[in-house]
Design a protein. Structure first.
Length: 460
């Protein structure tokens, strides 16, 4: 009774906080400022003194990154120390609003009904700091959805500088199946650039709206985001394949404003629309049937990236995983993607040859070893290769290299090391994090203090 009394009092006080009904009439910065004022007012959820109530946003940090989660489960990401070899990314933003989340969110689809995670349904567990991960859980009809944000080792860097985003669906209905799907919207912002552009292996720079479909075998291993394509100081990466990743059915790069407002689920891209004013990413997992009592997980990753670079007449950077996992007695990801970025500052258009050199233990799948690009002064372009790791009887660290060459220019070479683990006959599978038991008392979502402003900004 004491908990309910405190909650009721906080609900009554919360109506004193004035939040605009139409957030789109304000800039994102203005709205975030109002959100900050709301979160720190006397009517915020910080009034609770029980274990069920916490101060928002919830944050966890390590030496590389900080994850912040709002009371509604929205999340954001920023650097602490970032890449140890790059002082320019210290304390820089990777998702808009950090550390005050609201513009990156997820949509849960259950039986053709769209629910905004954290503002619809019934709350089972408020976002909670569990030491090295933040977890929350909501119930939509007969489906319990648990969101977990945690730090894990990044296959691109070998460090714990990526955030694992995991959703577990559980069908509590013991007699009927239900169709479930998921959409994650990431509001990318790198450093001060809220219109941060992207690079997609095999496609190149993405500055216009674009979609990639699993049904057409278009989903890349990963995508990267830059504060500046020609002179990046902050670089992020989202891993879509390998390890525990659940390959999405659809990947889109879109203008955040058009994507966020009025589109609970599907978003029709406009290929001629620039996204460099306010960029975002959408990850979709199409609805599938979840049987009685069954569970299903969706996992994806977003964090830092790392480039191996060589500076000279031709600027050369390469990226690719620094280690492979073993999943179901196979290397993962395998084959994997190596990307090379090149730029030049000459006044003439140059024809530049980019050649990959692989050691024994790695073999080229496609395309040819040498690829040629034409670059004008100050221009940048990229090429990619698909490489396969051969089975090893002992752990090996292999070094591959890419050389950039052009007439009357000094060659540039950048190298990168990858660790190939020993292939065992009975490989040890990565540990599975069990979802803790949930409280037996479910609180209606409208009783969550600090979320009133979100309900008022809820999209049509």
């Amino acid at each position: 009774m004491k908990i309910k009394s405190i909650m009721l009092l906080a609900i009554l006080l919360s109506v004193l906080v004035i939040i605009p009904a139409n957030a789109e009439e304000y800039s994102k910065e203005e709205y975030t400022a109002m959100l900050y004022a709301s979160e720190h007012s006397e009517s915020s959820i910080q009034m609770f003194t029980t274990a069920a109530a916490q101060s928002y946003p919830i944050q966890i940090s390590n030496e590389y990154l900080n994850i912040a989660t709002g009371g509604d489960g929205s999340f954001t990401l920023g650097c602490t120390g970032g890449d140890p070899s790059n002082s320019n990314d210290d304390n820089k933003i990777l998702l808009f609003g950090h550390p005050l989340p609201w513009s990156s969110e997820s949509t849960v689809k259950v039986d053709e009904i769209n629910y905004e995670y954290g503002t619809d349904g019934v709350v089972l567990e408020l976002p909670t700091n569990n030491g090295n991960y933040i977890q929350s859980s909501w119930k939509y009809g007969d489906i319990r959805v648990t969101q977990t944000n945690s730090f894990v080792t990044n296959p691109s860097t070998g460090r714990a500088d990526t955030m694992q985003i995991k959703y577990q669906y559980e069908n509590l209905d013991q007699t009927e199946s239900h169709d479930v799907g998921l959409r994650i919207l990431l509001d990318t912002m790198l450093g001060n650039n809220d219109g941060a552009p992207f690079q997609v292996p095999g496609y190149g720079a993405v500055t216009m709206e674009r979609e990639f479909l699993k049904s057409d075998d278009q989903i890349p291993d990963y995508w990267q985001c830059f504060d500046d394509l020609s002179d990046p100081t902050v670089v992020s990466q989202s891993t879509l394949k390998g390890s525990e990743s659940t390959e999405p059915d659809r990947l889109i790069f879109a203008d955040w404003g058009d994507f966020y407002y009025g589109h609970d689920w599907d978003y029709p891209i406009t290929p001629s629309k620039l996204i460099t004013g306010d960029s975002s990413v959408g990850l979709y997992w199409n609805p599938t049937s979840l049987g009685p009592g069954e569970t299903k997980e969706y996992v994806t990753y977003y964090g830092l990236s790392e480039l191996s670079q060589s500076a000279g007449d031709i600027g050369l950077s390469i990226t690719g995983p620094v280690q492979l996992d073993i999943i179901d007695n196979q290397y993962s990801p395998n084959p994997f993607t190596v990307v090379a970025y090149a730029e030049q500052g000459s006044f003439n258009v140059l024809s530049i040859n980019l050649t990959i050199d692989l050691p024994e233990g790695l073999e080229l799948v496609s395309p040819s070893e040498t690829q040629t690009i034409a670059l004008g002064s100050g221009e940048q372009d990229s090429v990619s290769w698909t490489v396969k790791a051969l089975e090893q009887t002992s752990e090996k660290s292999l070094t591959y290299a890419v050389t950039a060459s052009a007439e009357e220019m000094e060659d540039q070479c950048a190298s990168r090391e990858i660790t190939i683990p020993k292939m065992n006959s009975n490989p040890q599978q990565p540990p599975h994090t069990e979802v803790p038991e949930f409280p037996t008392i479910a609180l209606p979502v409208i009783s969550i203090i600090g979320l009133a402003f979100i309900l008022q900004r809820k999209k049509d």
